[in-house]
Ligand binder design. Structure first.
Ligand SMILES: [Zn+2]
Length: 349
C-alpha cells in the first residue's frame, strides 16, 4: 500500500511526500503516536515510495513493480524492520544494522530502517545508534516509531525530525467502515478496537475479531466463577502467545469498559460492542459500578504491563484472580452487594 491507500494522517503524509518530491528526505524521523495508530503503515508507504521502480507522477509508489511487491512481502533487502528480540532491541542488533547501513543499498534507491517500537531499544543500543545518526550514511533513512518521545534518549530524539500521529476519532472510523457496507453495529464495535487507525479497522473488518471476542468471553467469565484452578487453566490458554494475549486484553478491556459505561448509564448506547447490546445490558446489571471500574483498571494495568515486557502467563493469571475477586463475591474478594447468589452468567447468556 502506498500513501494513496492511507486514510487519515494527512499532515504526516503530506510532509513525507513533500520531502520525497523535493528529494529532501530527512536522515531520521521519529514517528510519535499511540500503538496501532498507523505509524508502521506510513513508514512502509514511505519505503515503497522511496524505492518504487515506476514512481507515479505524484511521487507515490505504483504498488505493482518488483520493488513494491518485495516491500509488501517483507523481503526487500533495503527495507529493514528491527523489532524486539526477547523483549528488547539490543546493541548487537544495532551493531549489525550499522554494518549494513555503511554499505550502499543493494537494489533500491534508499535504504529505509524501521525501528518498531523504538522504546524497545536498550540505552546501550540507543547510544550505538546515536553514532550512526551523527554520521549519516547518504542513502539511508531511519524511522523510529514510538508511543512517546520520552522513552528515548534526548540525544537520539534531537537528531530525528519529529512527526506526530493522532488517532482518528472512533465515530469517523465507524463511518468509514459503514460506508464499505458493514452493518452499523459491527462497524462501531470494530472501530473501537482499531485504536484510532482506519487501516487496522479495515484489517479487522476482514477478519474474525468479533467472533474471537465472543469465544474469549465465553471461556473467561465462566472460568472466573469456576474457581482459581479454572483461571490458571484459561490463563495458560489465553497467554500462550504474547501477541494473541495483547489482542485478547484489548478485547477484554473494551468489554469491561462497555460494561461500566452501560452500568452507569443504564443503556448501551455509548458502548463500543454495540453488536452485543443485549448481552451488555444483561451482564452490566449484575455488577456494581465500583466492581466494574476495578475490572477496567485491572485490565488496563495488565495491558500496560504486557507492553513493558511482563511475563504474559503471570500477567494473565494475576488479572483473572483480580477479576474473580472483583466480580465473583463468593470468591472472598470485595465482590458486590447488589447481585443475587448464583446470578453470574456468561455475558452472552
Ligand atoms: Zn512500484
Amino acid at each position: 500500500m502506498g500513501f494513496a491507500g492511507i486514510i487519515g494522517h494527512d499532515r504526516a503524509v503530506a510532509l513525507l511526500r513533500q520531502a520525497l518530491r523535493t528529494d529532501r528526505l530527512a536522515h531520521a524521523y521519529l514517528f510519535v503516536g499511540p500503538r496501532g495508530v498507523g505509524k508502521h503503515r506510513v513508514g512502509l508507504a514511505l519505503a515503497r515510495a522511496a524505492n518504487c521502480l515506476r514512481s507515479l507522477p505524484d511521487g507515490d509508489a505504483c504498488g505493482a513493480c518488483a520493488a513494491c511487491r518485495k516491500i509488501a512481502a517483507g523481503v526487500h533487502p533495503d527495507v529493514l524492520v528491527l523489532t524486539p528480540e526477547e523483549g528488547a532491541i539490543r546493541i548487537e542488533q544495532v551493531r549489525t544494522l550499522r554494518e549494513e547501513v555503511s554499505r550502499r543499498p543493494y537494489e533500491g534507491r534508499r535504504r529505509c530502517v524501521l525501528l518498531d517500537p523504538a522504546e524497545a531499544l536498550t540505552e546501550q543500543a540507543q547510544n550505538a545508534l546515536l553514532k550512526t545518526l551523527e554520521e549519516p550514511a547518504g542513502a539511508t533513512t531511519f524511522l523510529l516509531l514510538a508511543r512517546r518521545a520520552e522513552g528515548l534518549l534526548p540525544t537520539v530524539v534531537s537528531r530525528c525530525q519529529r512527526v506526530t500521529f493522532w488517532p482518528m476519532p472512533e465515530a469517523l472510523i465507524a463511518q468509514h467502515l459503514a460506508a464499505t457496507g458493514l452493518p452499523a453495529d459491527r462497524a462501531h464495535a470494530l472501530a473501537a478496537l482499531a485504536r484510532g487507525s482506519v487501516g487496522d479497522a479495515l484489517t479487522l473488518a476482514g477478519g474474525t475479531v468479533l467472533e474471537s471476542r465472543d469465544a474469549l468471553l465465553d471461556r473467561l467469565f465462566p472460568a472466573l466463577k469456576r474457581g482459581a484452578a479454572a483461571c490458571v487453566e484459561v490463563a495458560e490458554e489465553i497467554a500462550r502467545d504474547r501477541a494473541a494475549f495483547g489482542e485478547a486484553l484489548d478485547l477484554l478491556l473494551t468489554w469491561c469498559r462497555d460494561l461500566l459505561v452501560t452500568a452507569v448509564l443504564g443503556h448501551s448506547g455509548l458502548a463500543a460492542n454495540r453488536d452485543r447490546a443485549d448481552a451488555l445490558v444483561a451482564a452490566a446489571g449484575q455488577f456494581t459500578v465500583e466492581a466494574l471500574a476495578g475490572a477496567v483498571a485491572a485490565a488496563a494495568a495488565a495491558r500496560e504491563a504486557l507492553e513493558t515486557n511482563a511475563n504474559p502467563r503471570l500477567t494473565c493469571e494475576a488479572l483473572l484472580f483480580r477479576l474473580r475477586d472483583l466480580l465473583v463475591p463468593a470468591s472472598g474478594g470485595e465482590g458486590n452487594g447488589t447481585r443475587r447468589e448464583g446470578e453470574f452468567r456468561r455475558p452472552g447468556a
